[in-house]
Design a protein around this ligand. Sequence first.
Ligand code: HEC
Ligand code: HEC
Length: 241
Amino acid sequence: MRIAVNIHMMQISTVKLSLLLLSLALGLANQAWGASEEGMAMAINLKPNMYNGLVIFRVCAKCHYEEGWGQRNGIFPQLAGQHAKVIIKQLVDVRDHNRESAGMDHFAMLKEIGEPQVLADVAGYISSILMTPNPGIGAGTDLGLGKKLYNQYCAACHGRNGEGDNDHFYPRIQGQHYRYLLRQFKWIYRKERTNIQPGMMNAIADFTQQDTEAVIDYISRLKPPKEKLAPSVKWKNPDFE
Ligand code: HEC
Ligand code: HEC
């Protein structure tokens, strides 16, 4: 997909009032998985405007890069190819302080762009970007154990190949950077990240450090389907040419 952007698409300021009303409406969100459902419900049913999504994504690209690949060291996660509903949920969760986020403040940014249509636009755009063929991976020493644990404890929700599920808000975790996944897993395990389904908390309750590294290493090496993958590490997002 190639999109030409022009200045007429810059309509961000016109959404501020509706955003304010939305945040007032959502002001009482609880700390739990699914607490923001009401706010999400608006955005997930809207058809994304890809042009507007690209305009917004230019802001995100400062950290997540123009290809949406983040960094192999996992400081910035790959966003490219993530399910639109997952992205919307994460953004709404961050905005509502239902997912604390280190090293950044999406919250201030979302105050500007948090209107449901804009969330739908940026999420729709991001989900369409091709993914990196070269994510950060682990040591590769325990992949047998990782596979066994994955199939037993994770595949039921995240899918046999880590593909996730848009309709059920299960993140695509295949081919995500090892260090990002590891960080999230640890925060989830220690209940420092709270927007998590109880079912996942149960699944990981007895995981040791070795189990954790093994399963995350295995996940980082799971390959996204070919049509979602960039043809080479040199691929550049054509929308930024
Ligand atoms: C200042 C840098 C920065 C900017 C700008 C930024 N992000 Fe992020 N983003 C991060 C970091 C760092 C994380 C990882 C946070 C963590 O570890 O919990 C992140 C995480 C995320 C996640 C969670 C990913 C996941 O797999 O759950 C989403 C979704 C996201 N960003 C979307 C966006 C969007 C959309 C924009 C633009 C509107 C944006 N970000 C702009 C730094 C940034
Ligand atoms: C009962 C369903 C379920 C099970 C089982 C489950 N997860 Fe999850 N997982 C989820 C959901 C839902 C999320 C997204 C939570 C949210 O809304 O933020 C998630 C998020 C994650 C994340 C953060 C992804 C990101 O992009 O930030 C990681 C990493 C993860 N899971 C790993 C695992 C691993 C490894 C296992 C198996 C040991 C597992 N999960 C088992 C449902 C599950």
